[in-house]
Design a protein around this ligand. Structure first.
Ligand SMILES: [Zn+2]
Length: 386
């Protein structure tokens, strides 16, 4: 299968779509569980498939540092190496490198950084980020962009979108050269030949810079477009405003991906503004901290109120955890520090996120997205303030 995207139906600003990739189809709007090291923490691939995950994300930085993208390419790419058969998106590695703070330096040609594992010196360039992702063989690769900390000044953000635009051009040139077989230098194995590449719009919270970045990214031309640099500490309303300003500036016939977002309320609010793809560590990270997402709001399993509570964590959920275990038992596992607590909590939270996306898709298909959005908003605004 070759890469493609089709909007099947719209309901107000929300889009119901179908993304086709070399490793299968993705119903959108979709949530991508985060598999940092080539695995979603505490879950097996089978559990993810059963929960209905069409696509997962893997982190280029971590995999290139360990076990190394060359090793993974020799094992036939990340799908074959890791045994994941469905679509896979890789980030550029930039986000992790930029978060190394004092261990990295931004240059025109790329970012120089020291590995968090052994302190060795590396340079990640727009071209090397393309090459690493070609070796990993993801279905969707991301361009290297500069990730600014929040808050940034208008001047900093201006310089940053200009650098990101120059990097985007170089990343696209390298991607096309590899795909069309005229790249110079040592050969880079394309373990997934029909890999797609997404550009990334930056610009902080400044509407004029976001528009300029969207225009520059669109001018390069990609199979899909992402909005980066949000959910980094700005208020939710500001994030929604930025998404609302950017989404219409992106090509209507290409998928739109909001990176690193977010809460259930963020998902519906971004879908309402035309976003198709999401990823976030929140469901799995919170699960490991004992925080469950449920149809009535957040539930903190370590709370003493659940010590003898025989109810499942979420009475409306059909996941294995909710069908099998009580809050009392899950609380016991968490308090005792059992690794099963991480497994069962992660299973539920991922199921909750994927069910939320399914609810969103059904609502768009039946033309009742606005009422679905209101119901989610009610639950999560109440839950967040309590
Ligand atoms: Zn459940």
């Amino acid at each position: 299968m070759t890469f493609g995207f089709e909007v099947i139906r719209t309901d107000a600003g929300a889009r119901r779509g179908l993304l086709t990739t070399p490793h299968g189809r993705v119903q959108t709007p979709a949530f991508m569980p985060v598999g940092t090291q080539g695995t979603v923490k505490a879950l097996t691939h089978r559990q993810l498939e059963e929960a209905g995950a069409d696509i997962i994300l893997a982190n280029t930085y971590h995999l290139s540092m360990r076990p190394g993208d060359a090793l993974i390419a020799r094992r036939g790419g990340l799908h074959r190496f890791g045994g994941w058969r469905r679509p896979l998106l890789t980030d550029s590695g930039g986000y992790q490198v930029f978060s190394l703070a004092d261990r990295r330096r931004v240059r025109e040609d790329g970012v120089e950084f020291r590995s968090h594992l052994d302190g060795s010196l590396h340079v990640l360039t727009p071209e090397s980020a393309v090459d690493i992702q070609a070796r990993l063989g993801s279905d969707i690769s991301m361009v290297l962009d500069e990730c600014l900390p929040y808050p940034a000044t208008h001047g900093q953000a201006r310089a940053s979108i200009d650098l990101t635009a120059r990097w985007a051009r170089r990343a696209r040139d390298r991607f096309l050269a590899l795909r069309d077989g005229f790249a110079g230098g040592p050969p880079v194995p394309l373990t997934t030949p029909d890999q797609a590449q997404f550009g990334i719009v930056q610009g902080g919270v400044f509407a004029d810079l976001r528009r300029a970045s969207a225009e520059a990214t669109r001018a390069v031309g990609f199979e899909g477009y992402a909005i980066g640099g949000l959910s980094v500490g700005e208020p939710a309303e500001v994030m929604y405003e930025v998404v609302e300003a950017i989404a219409p500036a992106l090509p209507a016939d290409r998928p739109r991906y909001l990176m690193g977002v977010g809460t259930p309320a963020d998902l519906v609010e971004a879908v309402a503004r035309g976003i198709d793809l999401f990823d976030c560590v929140m469901p799995t990270r919170n699960a490991r901290n004992g925080q469950l997402f449920t149809r009535t709001g957040r539930l903190n399993i370590k709370n003493a109120a659940y010590v003898e509570d025989d109810r499942p964590p979420d009475e409306g959920c059909g996941c294995y955890t909710c069908r099998t275990h009580s809050r009392a038992y899950l609380r016991h596992l968490f308090v005792a520090g059992e690794i099963t607590a991480a497994v069962l909590n992660s299973l539920h939270n991922i199921q909750f996120y994927l069910d939320t996306m399914r609810g969103i898709r059904d609502a768009i298909e039946f033309g009742r997205f606005e009422s679905f959005r209101q119901s989610v908003r009610q639950i999560w605004s109440r839950s967040l303030s309590s």
